[in-house]
Design a protein around this ligand. Structure first.
Ligand code: BES
Ligand code: MN
Ligand code: ZN
Length: 495
């Protein structure tokens, strides 16, 4: 998608579609519609009087050959009540406009910028990039063939604000990072194998100048990652990979080193504790945590915050086979702690346990993991809100603040010593499940046992990884949820 600024007066713009937004319970030419020529505003006023234009959020009204403009059509998007306007909504409005136009064969759109709105530039670009993504790449007649080729940002004759180009680039980087994550999550497990995930990570790292190291089964065993290996040994055809990416900007302080650990189960059958077949296909998305971290790394490699970051993705299938680990097995994790396996479907915490231990060994001083960890978290928060866990109040709050600033819904759930008894084992240091009740908490706390004294925050994205329905501003399917928050958290180090 080409993106560029257009500085001519709106009345002289020669594009196929111009987009303005207008507020509810306000004059028809409020919002950016305020900037339209007098004759066009008159037309909008008439539509409002006739009850055909209300400004309700995501209302879409098309005017062909609008008065006072040379454009073929004007699309007016309802922005809802002025008091509720936000950056998130602006991204969504731009996305809704893009999806609406392209569903009718439009490939070009011009968005009217409010005067001197630098923040809006990034939001609009990101909103359109995210909206232009589709999850139907395997359909032979793809809807993505109808995509937006050209996004124009119209200043209506005003001069560009300083660093407008920078804002444009930032919006594009953030949007593309989320789409990269969504692409990885969307791929079926016969294609997105651990090997393929590592290849995609290495390609991305090479393109954006990150260090990348990929370990295989022998390395995993040599490093004594007994918990990761327990899960990995079940796949007889797809070798496991441990993906490590490093971002170390010159001049950044030695500490902190932020460790981003993402669950990379490319298919979770449940293993010997096999899952019911209904909805099992959704378990191709069980590497969404890993994909989130790859999206974050792609973004920061370009945005260049002044902080060291290491990403670790333990990637493997979880399969039943003659080699598979079994309920009742006891394994020794890299940390030395022994784990009794009570359910092979609680595999995420096992691969993360060893990845966290290795992250500390590599010098990470703060750990953040993202994982499609528990159905219990989905029961608690649905697919709207990510669960946030951790003992370290400061880091939990930093993540929650970043989520808030990023417009992603995240909510803290407790960790508490009183839950510890639930995952005690009769014969080993820990058991890998804590039972049905409080399942998201005991899963999180199990991982936390391996963080030890290192500040650690866990994000359970089981619900938020995937959207079951389409919205005006984005396709159904993989969401890329979490990327914005973590990029926000890391770019806060810029100052
Ligand atoms: N990957 C699943 C969790 C999951 C479920 C993610 C639904 C997305 C949608 C995880 O590995 C799992 O199977 N968890 C079990 C844990 C249980 C065996 C203690 C669960 O949540 O049922
Ligand atoms: Mn599982
Ligand atoms: Zn899983």
């Amino acid at each position: 998608m080409k993106t560029e600024f257009r500085l001519e007066p709106l009345s002289q713009l020669d594009v196929s579609a111009l987009v303005a937004y207008t507020f509810e319970d306000a004059p028809a030419s409020s919002g950016t519609a305020e900037r339209l020529p007098e004759e066009t505003r008159q037309q909008l006023q008439e539509l409002q009087t006739a009850g055909e234009l209300t400004g309700k959020s995501f209302e879409l009204t098309i005017l062909r050959k609008p008065a006072g403009l040379t454009v073929a059509k004007l699309l007016v998007v309802g922005a809802g009540k002025r008091e509720k306007f936000s950056e998130t909504l602006l991204r969504q409005l731009a996305g809704a406009a893009a999806r609406h136009l392209r569903s009718r064969g439009g490939r070009e759109l011009a968005w009217i910028l409010g005067s001197a709105e630098l923040g809006a530039v990034a939001s609009v670009v990101e909103g359109v990039v995210v909206a232009d993504y589709d999850s139907d790449r395997y359909r032979t007649e793809r809807s993505a063939e109808k995509s937006i080729d050209s996004l124009l940002l119209a200043t209506g004759g005003d001069a560009l604000p300083a660093d407008a180009e920078g804002a444009l680039t930032q919006g594009r980087i953030l949007g593309e990072a989320q789409n990269f994550t969504r692409d990885l999550v969307n791929e079926p497990s016969n294609i997105m194998t651990p090997t393929k995930l590592a290849e995609r990570a290495a390609e991305m790292a090479a393109q954006f100048g990150l260090e990348c190291e990929v370990f295989g089964p022998e390395d995993i065993q040599r490093l004594k990652m007994g918990a990761f290996w327990a899960v990995a040994q079940g796949s007889q055809t797809e070798p496991a990979r441990l993906i490590v990416l490093r971002y170390s900007p010159e001049g950044a302080p030695e500490q902190p080193v932020v460790g981003l650990i993402g669950k990379g189960i490319t298919f979770d059958s449940g293993g010997i504790s096999i899952k019911p077949s209904e909805n099992m296909h959704e378990m191709k998305t069980d590497m969404a945590g890993g994909a989130t971290m790859l999206g974050v790394m792609q973004a920061i490699a370009q945005l260049k915050p002044m902080v060291r970051v290491t990403a670790l993705i333990p990637a493997t299938e979880n399969m039943p086979s003659g080699n598979a680990f079994k309920p009742g097995d006891v394994v020794t994790s890299m940390s030395g702690k022994t784990i009794e396996i009570l359910n092979t479907d609680a595999e995420g915490r096992l691969v993360l346990a060893d990845a966290l231990t290795y992250a500390k060994q590599l010098g990470c001083t703060v750990l953040i993991d993202a994982a499609t960890l528990t159905g219990a978290c989905m029961v608690a928060l649905g697919n709207i809100t990510t669960g946030v866990f951790g003992w370290n109040k400061e880091w939990v709050n930093r993540v929650l603040d970043a989520a808030n600033a990023a417009g992603e819904k995240m909510w803290q759930l407790p960790v508490d010593d009183d839950y510890r008894d639930l995952y005690k084992s009769a014969i080993a240091d820990l058991a890998n499940t804590g039972g049905r009740y409080g399942g998201a908490i005991t899963a999180a706390m199990f991982i936390g046992e391996f963080a030890g004294d290192t500040p650690w925050v866990h994000l359970d994205i089981a619900g938020t990884r995937w959207a079951n329905d389409e919205k005006p501003y984005r396709a159904k399917g993989p969401t890329g949820h979490g990327v914005r928050t973590l990029v926000q958290l890391l770019t806060d180090f810029q100052a």
